[in-house]
Design a protein around this ligand. Structure first.
Ligand SMILES: Cc1ncc(COP(=O)(O)O)c(C=O)c1O
Length: 378
């Protein structure tokens, strides 16, 4: 039996998404920039997909730009804000994904921005009062804070942060890669300047995502080339990816509350089972507060073999991911756990769920962990 509990890394593609992509792969090979019928047919598929994504976010299709995924979308938002909008000061956090953090560190190193990192509390929640005091800056400021953290699942209060950004006239970018397709987002209710998406996080294909750019923002391309994406992103479009992304988002949106209840149920079930069976287990982040329902990050009691947990799970057919704060050995550790918990030995495993997981799978995983722990500790 193989069990996949690494859905924050990527999700299996939905067979209905594959079905939607196949005709494009097989027959619709035209270049969408060509003006003949082959091209026009494909162009129309792209524009249908764009409309569908825009409907989901309650925005205009002209505000959606397809990219190769979350990394490119985040890089574009940050890099272009600094280059084109006069941003000189960026407020972010130590627990952002590297697609954001490394981009910001590069800009800081080049002397292009001053980088301020908002304070976090002992569970990794952002300190809104500190954010507000950092926003009282004389320089043009951008806030880049992820909607939900991919390792520990912490979520920011998106609306409150967006209101603070409006109050202080700051540009607001949120990496929504982990929440897109899992939460409904009405951008007329929550004004943001940039948000990002990667289709493979909600049962869509890999290598495709989008950047939402609010219509009030005027930036130049990040990737130069042809006139694709209304002159904003050169390169022949990943047509089947775009069609797959839109289909995956449609499926997610149609069944969102049902899937959410189901997956939250699995997460709660696993918390209960782990507490019952592994003495001393703790949970990283804020699972009882505002927490991504697809992610559970468990800190196991240190034992001499606890670092081998992931390896042992893997050889038993169980896929999940992990990391500890420690940078011992070849493992460079998790920058997120280190930022929140310091450099302590806290062997942690991230279990992340999807609509395809079951309680029976969780029973098997917990049983295996119990066995591994019983052997290792004794
Ligand atoms: C929060 C977050 N941002 C950005 C990314 C990058 O997405 P991609 O690998 O599709 O470019 C990921 C993927 O792991 C993520 O979890």
């Amino acid at each position: 039996m193989k069990i996949y509990l690494d859905n924050a890394a990527t999700t299996p593609i939905d067979p209905d998404v594959v079905k939607a992509m196949i005709p494009v792969l097989q027959n619709q090979f035209g270049n969408p920039s060509s003006i003949h019928a082959y091209g026009r047919e494909v162009r129309s598929a792209i524009e249908q997909a764009r409309k569908s994504v825009a409907r989901f976010l309650n925005v205009s299709p002209a505000e959606i730009f397809f990219t190769s995924g979350g990394t490119e979308a985040n890089n574009t938002a940050i890099f272009c804000s600094v280059r084109d909008l006069g941003v000189k000061h960026v407020i972010s956090s130590t627990i952002e994904h590297h697609a954001v953090l490394h981009t910001l560190q590069e800009l800081e190193k080049d002397g292009k921005i001053k980088l301020s990192l908002v304070k976090l509390d002992d569970r990794g929640r952002i300190d809104l009062a500190d954010l507000e005091s950092l926003l009282k800056s004389d320089q043009k400021t951008m806030v880049s804070l992820m909607h939900a953290n991919n390792e520990i699942g912490n979520m920011i209060p998106l609306k409150q942060v967006s209101e603070l950004c409006t109050k202080y006239n700051a540009v607001f970018h949120s990496d929504t890669v982990q929440t897109m397709g899992h939460y409904s987002l009405d951008l007329q209710e929550i004004p943001v300047h940039f948000i990002t998406c990667a289709a493979h996080k909600f049962h869509g294909p890999k290598g495709i995502g989008f950047l939402y750019i609010n219509h009030t923002i005027k930036i130049h391309p990040f990737i130069h080339g042809g006139a694709q994406e209304r002159n904003m992103r050169g390169g022949t479009e990943n047509v089947y990816g775009i069609v797959g992304l839109a289909k995956a988002l449609e499926i997610a949106s149609e069944n969102m509350s049902e899937h959410r209840d189901y997956i939250q149920g699995l997460k709660n079930y696993m918390i209960g089972k782990l507490k019952e069976n592994i003495p001393g287990i703790e949970f990283n982040g804020d699972p009882e507060g505002e927490s991504l329902y697809t992610v559970l990050n468990a800190a196991f009691p240190p034992s001499e073999n606890s670092e081998m947990l992931l390896f042992n799970l893997d050889i038993n057919g169980i896929a999940c991911s992990g990391g500890s704060a420690c940078s011992s050995g070849s493992d460079t550790g998790s920058h997120v756990l280190r930022a929140v918990y310091g450099d302590v030995d806290r062997p942690s495993v991230r279990f992340s769920f999807s609509k395809y997981n079951t309680k029976e799978e969780i029973d098997v995983v917990v049983e295996k962990l119990k066995e591994l722990y019983a052997v290792k500790v004794s």
